[in-house]
Design a binder for this molecule. Structure first.
Ligand code: ZN
Length: 408
């Protein structure tokens, strides 16, 4: 089996790995770089014709964002829920909807693609339906970690993996997102710890609580729902969030029709719904719908899953007195151009920002436990801005360059 990491040996974002064996080629992820443009075809691997299949580890654009440029008919293997989430999100985000036809990834169920046998392992990550991938070809075994962590709501899955990892791994491609952000012994709070922090903040608020979190971070939405329930508050979601939650297809994930959840569609989203002709979607989620007056009445007993398109409605509904704002995403995004508008809005309204968040990625110590459990003959850094830190923390590290072909 031959490997080429097209992008990812020295960076986070835009992950793309090509594997070749007996004349058959497959791709693991076709991601968009963090600063890349969806339309930029120069970011693709050099040869995309004749790819037998693309396997997408999870539904984050830095792992699938260039899929739409692949030749039509290229099969895409991805988790069924991940596929639905991408399809549900695209109309709202305006991002290109890639073709996604192909096999479903299922936990520990091998797929045969020509000479490649691919076994997905469901992992704990901030994206829903995320997998690590064991790829076997000839007599070689490569494991690609994808993105993962051990402190989320699937932490038990991570511990189970460590106890029964796949054996005889020749090459491990392992993400190291946190190595550039954390010291070796720093740890992250769990989602359960976040739930407690949120509950405290909600209880200390007389008015509306706004929480700015990604609707696609399903673990976080669950955390929010659970905190609301304990505080006796109603969770207010918009149609985008309702569509994403529905797309999980999971009965135990909060939905728009659950007790303690209401739908509020901000004006800008109502225009979006008209443009998209998304009336059936709206109808499905409108069983517990409130309008501005309803929101006003509910404010002191509600938590809003905030998105910047809510700003005008919140002013118009006059719900900012005694309100609290909690930012629940990576703090790095705060420096983005796109964040300045809502940050300014918040400042104008005289509302302080609190931060409650935990990473979607494993801490350095969990990365070490993962690497020790898999005990690979060679460990190749990927998805990290600090590959140079690997040799201090892991055994058998071997560096590779973007675009270089090598043997497993
Ligand atoms: Zn990810």
């Amino acid at each position: 089996m031959r490997v080429c990491i097209h992008r990812g040996t020295k960076q986070i974002g835009g992950s793309c790995i090509e594997l070749a064996h007996e004349g058959v080629r497959i791709l693991l992820d076709v991601g968009l770089p963090l600063d890349g443009e969806f339309g930029d075809t120069s970011l693709l691997p050099p040869v995309t014709q004749g790819i037998a299949a693309v396997i997408v580890s999870h539904p984050h654009v830095d792992h699938y964002g260039l899929l739409h440029h692949l030749p039509p008919g290229t099969p895409v293997c991805i988790g069924a829920a991940a596929r639905r989430i991408i399809q549900a999100a695209a109309p709202f985000t305006g991002q290109p909807l890639p073709p996604l036809d192909g096999f479903d990834l299922q936990h520990r169920t091998p797929l045969q693609i020509g000479p490649f046998r691919v076994t997905p392992y469901l992992v704990d990550h901030s994206a829903y339906d995320a997998y690590g991938l064991l790829v076997e070809a000839g007599d070689k075994r490569l494991f690609y970690s994808g993105d993962f962590r051990g402190h989320g709501r699937k932490g038990r899955l991570f511990e189970g993996f460590l106890q029964h990892p796949p054996s005889n791994i020749d090459v491990l491609l392992m993400e190291g997102t946190t190595l550039s952000r954390l010291e070796e012994d720093d740890a992250f709070p769990s989602e359960a710890a976040l739930e407690k922090q949120l509950l405290e903040q909600i209880r200390a608020t007389s008015g509306l609580v706004m929480v700015y979190a990604s609707a696609q971070n399903i673990d976080r939405v669950v955390t929010l729902y659970r905190a609301c329930k304990q505080a006796g508050r109603t969770l207010v979601i918009d149609l985008y969030t309702a569509a994403i939650l529905e797309a999980t297809g999971n009965d135990s994930i909060p939905q728009s029709f659950w007790p303690g959840v209401v739908l509020f569609t901000p004006e800008r989203q109502r225009r979006q719904i008209v443009r998209l002709q998304a009336f059936d979607l709206l109808k499905r989620h409108a069983r517990q719908r409130v309008y501005r007056e309803g929101l006003q009445q509910l404010a002191a007993n509600a938590v809003l899953l905030f998105r910047p398109l809510h700003m005008e409605d919140l002013v118009a509904a006059d719900v900012l007195d005694g309100a609290r704002f909690i930012y629940s995403q990576w703090s790095g995004y705060l420096a983005d151009e796109a964040s300045q508008k809502w940050l300014h809005w918040l400042q104008e309204a005289g509302i302080e920002m609190h931060q409650i968040h935990t990473s979607g990625h494993a801490s350095p110590s969990d990365l070490q436990r993962f690497a020790r459990a898999l005990n690979p003959a060679r460990l190749v850094p990927i998805h990290s801005f600090s590959p140079e830190k690997y040799p201090q923390q892991f055994d058998n590290v071997e560096f590779r360059q973007d675009g270089e072909w090598w043997d497993v």
